[in-house]
Design a protein around this ligand. Structure first.
Ligand SMILES: [Zn+2]
Length: 366
């Protein structure tokens, strides 16, 4: 059924549907590219044409049926939370204009709301009733066109072009960095060195943000070849492969981006006195690590150390992330985006290949 004001399709004809990548949540192997109804104004007054959507481990988990919630009353969810799009119709609210590049904020506050959501810190939601585009009860951005509320659309520096697709993962890092800085303020704090564990997209963006803050940056990963060591060195940082115990110094800050039990245990034991370990990676199970809980307490108590977990991001972190990306070297950022696939090849985009850093599904040119 056509609604008044339905936009024109790629070939100029009026269309009541858009192509989107959807999954039946909690069932593996159900991802497909299909026609879904044109997104309606209830999803937001800003109409956006998709440019690219980044793929991350969460998308892979949702496609494997391990995570994700469809909107209430439906079985399928439009996938995708690392968005980049071009404004087709800014709607009545000011601030955006046709042609602007934007990314959509992912999380929405819970409806209660909890105290943190009430003050706009939905990243710190206390009751877990928040919703998330492409993950939890709200359709995502892997759709030819999507809509968003103007206050949740973040404008992207136009000179970033397709690299704006890196904004969402950068927000994870700017939130984590704010947590580290907040913990640091409990005492006199003059950090000099930071170790980032894991040189995936989050780890490399964490290294970028740490270097922008003027710290001596070290990055540790398992691999000894491929693009990661050179990307680290191009930031003026030091690359290590092997274990945290063998890097040869005690970092003031460790940003843990692997979620691997052994690396987490090594980080807790390896951080310097008065140090901060910020956990951003999420894993589960795996090999049991021989680090008795009382030894964790000893490592922390006797050296005043803090382990802090950090997830998601609020608007303040999205703003800081957009500033960080705008300041970053474009050539370096471009090397993070190692593979782009068209929407029809979404299955290939969900595969993980050895030299992949960030893979994106590209809908149109930036
Ligand atoms: Zn909340």
């Amino acid at each position: 059924m056509l609604r008044p004001g339905t936009p024109q399709g790629a070939r100029g004809e009026l269309t009541g549907s858009v192509k989107a990548i959807t999954v039946e949540t909690k069932r593996a192997g159900t991802a497909r590219l299909e026609d879904v109804p044109e997104p309606g104004p209830h999803e937001g007054s800003v109409l956006v044409e998709a440019v690219a959507v980044g793929v991350c481990g969460t998308d892979v988990e949702i496609a494997e049926g391990k995570y994700g919630w469809a909107p209430p009353g439906r079985e399928r969810l439009v996938l995708g939370h690392e968005s980049l799009g071009r404004v087709l119709d800014p709607g009545p609210a000011g601030g955006l204009k046709k042609g602007d590049l934007v990314a959509g904020i992912v999380r929405r506050p819970d409806p209660v709301p909890c105290p943190n959501c009430a003050v706009g810190e939905w990243d710190m939601c206390r009751n877990g009733l928040y919703t998330e585009r492409g993950i939890k009860e709200l359709d995502g951005f892997m759709s030819e066109r999507w809509r968003i509320e103007p206050e949740y659309a973040m404008k992207i520096d136009p000179s970033l072009g397709v690299l704006g697709v890196l904004l969402e993962p950068t927000t994870v890092v700017t939130k984590a960095w704010e947590q580290v800085a907040a913990v640091g303020q409990r005492a006199f704090w003059e950090p000099r060195t930071v170790l980032v564990t894991g040189a995936g997209p989050i780890g490399l963006l964490a290294a970028l943000v740490a270097s922008q803050h003027g710290l001596e940056v070290h990055v540790l990963d398992r691999v000894e070849s491929g693009p990661k060591p050179e990307l680290v060195r191009a930031l003026g940082a030091t690359y290590h492969s092997g274990s945290v115990a063998r890097i040869g110094f005690e970092p003031d800050v460790i940003v843990e981006c692997t979620g691997v039990g052994q690396v987490i245990a090594d980080s807790i034991q390896g951080v310097g006195a008065g140090g901060i370990v910020c956990l951003t990676g999420v894993g589960s199970g795996g090999r049991t690590v021989a680090l008795p809980t009382a030894d964790v307490a000893s490592a922390m108590v006797l050296r005043n150390n803090v382990v802090v977990g950090s997830v998601n991001a609020n608007k303040r972190h999205w703003y800081r992330a957009s500033e960080a990306l705008a300041r970053a070297d474009r050539t370096w950022l471009a090397r993070l985006l190692t593979r782009r696939e068209p929407p029809e090849a979404f299955a290939r985009a969900l595969e993980r290949r050895p030299d992949d850093i960030k893979v994106a599904i590209q809908f149109t040119e930036a």
